[in-house]
Design a protein around this ligand. Structure first.
Ligand code: PLP
Length: 353
């Protein structure tokens, strides 16, 4: 079976975990601090704050930004649930705006019409590993005095306009879930250049404690373990090669498949967390590939405002409503061999005859 995702864990990660287990410090400790420094450096920001998964990182960002009841956060409905659930967890309201006609990310040209007196932040997602149009969002955020928060869960080291995912706005947040471009098993991290904000995230991450048993505000236990951080430190070293292989496979697909399906644009620093095509024969193609032992994914089959828990945030997003019917993600992870890639391409060619 050719899988849609495959975490790449090697001897280095196993040895790093063993080293931590032998050290006796297995909750948050020195490995997390080192991982935060190394991740911040790689992203080109001053501070990074690790968390136990991406969702808790996103929740921390919302809380430390002062986003809460009565506030609105503009975002996309064509994304994973957590992009909007973290807004709701903070007590605020997600306002869903449509995606670009020629892509998959939030459309900056539609954002301004959704701004109200209650809008506090714009929250684009670098979906599938392609940066959202950050120069436009920066300009809109500045003109309207709004925070800009990047859901960078799928875009580790996506780089364009002299910046990395997570370095453009007031803060970014990432996921290290095993299917992502790099993993810590479960894990997440926040990036920012604002020292006070980073400190606030750290306080809320640890029960609101500014010092031991000094609960100066309300907080949670959202800490990352040193076991996860040790895996992450090894994965960070491998990330450039992982991303290069993803890009190489994507180039190959683009040149072989663009006459048969709508292939993704290779722009805005794309690191191809997913390689996502569009076809009006999506479901038949998916079934055909499965019979040939090729797993594919549909990210995402429904818009967030159609789920029962988000129905009250109903919106109308015509571009995104088409995407849910047409998108299909092909395997693009770095463990694919050249013959796997060839198999995917030749199977799609034979489907279309
Ligand atoms: C776009 C997006 N946002 C948020 C998340 C949440 O991250 P996690 O699963 O680590 O909580 C994910 C990943 O699952 C994601 O893909």
């Amino acid at each position: 079976m050719i899988q849609i995702a495959s975490p790449q864990i090697g001897k280095e990660e196993r040895e790093a975990v063993d080293r931590v287990l032998r050290s006796g410090i297995i909750a948050q400790g020195p490995e997390v601090a080192k991982f935060e420094k190394e991740f911040a450096k790689l992203c080109g920001v001053k501070y990074a704050v690790a968390a136990c998964n991406g969702t808790t990182a996103g929740h921390l960002v919302m809380l430390a930004s002062g986003i809460g009841p009565g506030d609105e956060v503009i975002t996309t409905p064509f994304t994973f649930f957590a992009t909007a659930s973290v807004v709701i967890m903070a007590g605020a309201k997600p306002v869903f705006v449509d995606v670009e006609e020629d892509g998959f990310c939030l459309d900056p040209s539609k954002v301004e019409a959704a701004i109200t007196d209650n809008t506090k932040a714009i929250h684009p997602v670098h979906l599938y590993g392609e940066l959202a149009d950050m120069p436009s969002f920066l300009e809109i955020a500045e003109r309207n005095n709004l925070l800009l928060i990047e859901d960078s869960a799928q875009a580790h080291c996506a780089n364009s306009w002299d910046g990395n995912a997570g370095s453009f706005g007031n803060a970014g947040w990432f996921s290290f879930y095993p299917t992502k471009n790099m993993t810590t098993s479960e894990g997440g991290i926040i990036t920012t250049n604002d020292e006070d904000f980073a400190n606030k995230c750290k306080i809320i991450r640890a029960h609101g404690m500014s010092a031991q048993y000094q609960h100066t505000e309300f907080g949670y236990n959202y800490r990352m373990t040193d076991i996860s951080a040790a895996i992450g430190r090894e994965q960070l070293k491998k990330l450039p090669n992982f991303n290069a292989r993803r890009r190489e496979i994507a180039e190959r697909y683009n040149s072989e498949l663009s006459d048969l399906v709508i292939t993704p644009k290779n722009r805005r620093g794309h690191v191809f967390h997913q390689y996502t095509i569009r076809s009006d024969k999506r479901d038949e193609l998916r079934e055909f590939l499965l019979k040939r032992k090729i797993n594919t994914g549909i990210y995402y089959p429904s818009l967030l405002y159609t789920y029962p828990s988000m129905k009250e945030h109903q919106s109308s997003c015509p571009n995104a409503e088409i995407l849910v019917k047409e998108v299909l993600s092909l395997p693009v992870h770095p463990a694919l061999s050249d013959s796997d890639v060839f198999e995917v391409i030749s199977s799609i060619k034979s489907f279309f005859g």
